[in-house]
Design a protein around this ligand. Structure first.
Ligand SMILES: [Zn+2]
Length: 58
């Protein structure tokens, strides 16, 4: 067994249990993909996870 830390949500998981390596889940994989497109598309999922890193400009 090898334990891995998800680069998206920072949770530990067993590498052999994940179908979305190096991420813990398909959801985190999608979030990572979304980061490359965030200039064009806004993803509510990412906003919830990052919570405050980006702020709305008034
Ligand atoms: Zn994750």
């Amino acid at each position: 067994m090898s334990s891995v830390v998800c680069p998206i949500c920072s949770s530990s998981f067993e590498a052999n249990l994940s179908v979305s390596m190096p991420f813990c889940s398909e959801r985190c994989r999608q979030i990572d993909l979304g980061r490359w497109f965030e200039e064009d598309y806004s993803l509510p999922l990412e906003d919830r996870l990052d919570g405050g890193e980006e702020q709305e400009i008034q």
